[in-house]
Design a protein around this ligand. Sequence first.
Ligand code: EPU
Length: 440
Amino acid sequence: MGILLVDGGRTLQGQVEVQGAKNSVLPILAATILACGQCVIKHCPRLRDVDASIQILRHLGCSAQWESGALVVDTAQMNCCSIPDELMREMRSSVIFLGAVLARCGQAELSYPGGCELGPRPIDLHLTALRALGADIEDRGGTLRCQAEKLCGTEIVLSLPSVGATENAILAACGAEGTTVICNAAREPEIMDLQEFLVKCGARIHGAGSSTVTVEGGRPLHGCVHRCIADRIAAATLLSAVAAAGGEAVLTGVDYRQLSTVTAALSEAGCRIRSQNSTISIARRDRLHCIRPVRTAPYPGFPTDAQAVLMAALLRSAGATVFVENIFENRYRHVDELARMGADIRVEGRVAVVCGVESLHGATLRSTDLRGGAALCVAALAAQGQSEIGELHHIDRGYEDIARDLRALGASVRRVESEEPHGEENKPEAQAKRKIRLSV
Ligand code: EPU
């Protein structure tokens, strides 16, 4: 594993095409199982979580390989309906395979998923939805054994609009006889992308993007060619980087409507934002100022995934901004790391208050989770001096190459690979070895 070396304090300028959306492609890769044929996924980001999905697909007997920048998946030869614990633990999205495998095979066996530690992340809503469709699910010491001779369409009312539970319900409903109506569904753009993929495969689904999704199940599905939407959180990260460091940039290939709460917050803080067709441009000249409370909420509210990067952008703003994290219980783990750079943030439960400081300084930092790690990159760009960011495996889960994208904006960011295992990249001995290597 490596570290990122960030030389902060320089303004940014440049243009970047935004990578494909992690949270779109992961359910789509699970959905390829329903297609029983070849699917070509374009604009698929090359990430650790995508690698984990590829491993799961191969374990199930499917083929998956990169061809000319696209991921080509063929699920025709699928011959297994269980996923081992070590693959399930790689990421949270492994649970989305449950609905797809069940719909295709009538049975599935897997354990609880892993993923970023953001507080408790139960899957009760996923299981309730699948049971409503007729699945018999037994939990034997952490292994879920699921059987469904026949899945039947029904009404599923989610008690909260869970993204993953909505996706699992849609996938299982594709394999159910009759019509399923999912009420209080999550409305995230990534669910619309999943619907678009499945419709191209021959499914009859409508309503994604609204709170009611209707699936007419039982239709045989086939392969298709699909281009994933752009990653709105990767875009939010790059916008926050420019807001933090100053300068101007253009992001291309992104739907600005999906980022309206993020761009509204950045505008309120003093950035100039222009959106047109599929580009967003941002300019930040003067010191940012504090903004009204930022409360995370399901889409179309302010995304929890953009909370950490916006917080990083506001560390040097004038005044105090309140953040209220309403989705996950433990999503301020980056705060202690930001404090090492001189940030003034006070956390009490779900509330964090960022009191802007005049300046930040470079520091030795550890990524705590995916978006928290991205926030450290954003803050490091606004700090004087060099920062070293370790534990990059978190960032690699969701960013194709954050150093490449930041360099395209003129930042001085480089990745130095090291032989040290996870968690030891920042130890003094490792730092000393690196200094010798970098100086020769
Ligand atoms: N929840 C339950 N029971 C369930 C499912 C969810 O109580 O069965 C709760 C969760 O504990 C959480 C809330 O509902 O408090 C929302 O969870 P949701 O199911 O919507 O999230 P998810 O599907 O696990 C996806 C994204 C996350 C993103 C959230 C919220 C993917 C692969 N992951 O997770 O992305 O934060 O929706 O928007 O789509 C990230 O990309 O960094 C990331 C964490």
